[in-house]
Design a protein around this ligand. Structure first.
Ligand SMILES: [Zn+2]
Length: 344
């Protein structure tokens, strides 16, 4: 057992088992949500496949010539394809070069490995070129494709790969790892950040380092301020400053979700690995007495619309979308002040 992260042990065993049984085939597709460590997993497996130590059944030795070259990024039997520099896509020329790479025999006789991450970044032409390689796989060739967005890969590519989902994450293992990586963060804060980051441990760690909890606390405070009439939407937007609109939408939606759970009197079970949310929650809970589910629903609908507009092809200014989110919150939460309590 030597997966890079503790929640990947089962998936690692599957790949290593296939390798030992000589049933690895030529192409694997590693899929799952972002921030769960798929690329590192793929790298680690590539290193293992190239390792020259006879003892390296489940973990690369780290000492042999191959392991040294691999760690230095110079292994002649390994290629990593990703979008170049500022490009968003993996171009056809990059995949064509793979054809040349596979046409040569292996330098060290173990394998020739191409890792494409994110594989969904391939242009259509690049995907077609890859398909040709997959249709006539080279001897000792292994393709490892990594994606967060499985449905963006052509079915013809998907069908030629063995698939391994890497987002079956045991929350206890992920939270334990986060506690080790972020020892000064309180357990409840880690649990909160983990939930806010869609149960993706690496995304959670990055968010903690980037001050996510401070931002979450600010958002919560300003949501309370706006809903209580102490603050205007414009002031809240200014106070939050420049954050990615989709991130703000997620934080606001999470608070809305928490409020709704409380309104529905649902108990958020810690059994699923998420501890009770304690962070500044007393303030949020105080809104329960003045809000109802219809208002929350109205906000959620608007926030999801704004979030949908903030994709990679967005034509809207981030500041405008941030304004829209706060306006939506103000409109939804203050409407009832005039209309009295509504029921759904
Ligand atoms: Zn080695």
């Amino acid at each position: 057992m030597s997966a890079p992260f503790p929640w990947q042990t089962a998936a690692w065993s599957i790949l290593c088992g296939a390798r030992r049984a000589a049933k690895l085939g030529h192409a694997w597709l590693l899929c799952g949500r972002a921030g769960t460590g798929k690329a590192k997993f793929a790298h680690h497996f590539a290193q293992l496949s190239l390792c020259e130590s006879a003892a390296a059944a489940n973990t690369p030795c780290g000492e042999c010539r191959s392991c040294h070259l691999f760690k230095a990024g110079n292994h002649p039997d390994f290629r990593r394809l990703a979008p170049l520099d500022d490009a968003r896509s993996i171009a056809i020329d990059q995949v064509r070069e793979l054809g040349d790479f596979f046409a040569l025999t292996t330098h060290y006789g173990k394998a020739k490995i191409a890792l494409l991450a994110p594989a969904d970044a391939m242009t259509r032409a690049a995907a077609n070129a890859l398909l040709k390689l997959l249709e006539e796989p080279p001897a000792l060739g292994l393709f490892i494709l990594v994606t967060n967005q499985l449905d963006r890969l052509p079915p013809t590519i998907r069908s030629r790969c063995q698939r391994l989902a890497l987002d079956q994450i045991n929350p206890a293992l992920a939270l334990g790892w986060l506690q080790v990586e972020s020892p000064t963060t309180a357990e409840t804060d880690i649990a909160l950040a983990y939930r806010l980051n869609h149960q993706a441990p690496l995304a959670t760690l990055a968010a903690l380092a980037a001050g996510e909890l401070e931002l979450a606390a600010k958002v919560e405070t300003h949501m309370i301020g706006v809903a209580s009439g102490r603050m205007h939407a414009v002031q809240a937007a200014q106070a939050i400053g420049e954050v990615p609109p989709a991130r703000l939408a997620d934080l606001m939606l999470d608070n809305a979700h928490q409020l709704n759970l409380q309104l529905l009197n649902a108990v958020h079970s810690p059994a699923d690995g998420e501890s009770e949310r304690l962070h500044n929650q007393a303030g949020l809970i105080s809104l329960i007495n003045q809000l109802n589910s219809r208002q929350i629903f109205e906000f959620v609908t608007s926030a999801l619309e704004v979030k949908a507009m903030s994709g990679p092809t967005a034509n809207f200014r981030p500041a405008d979308m941030i304004d829209l989110l706060w306006q939506a919150w103000m409109k939804a939460t203050r409407t009832s002040h005039r209309q009295g309590t509504q029921t759904v």
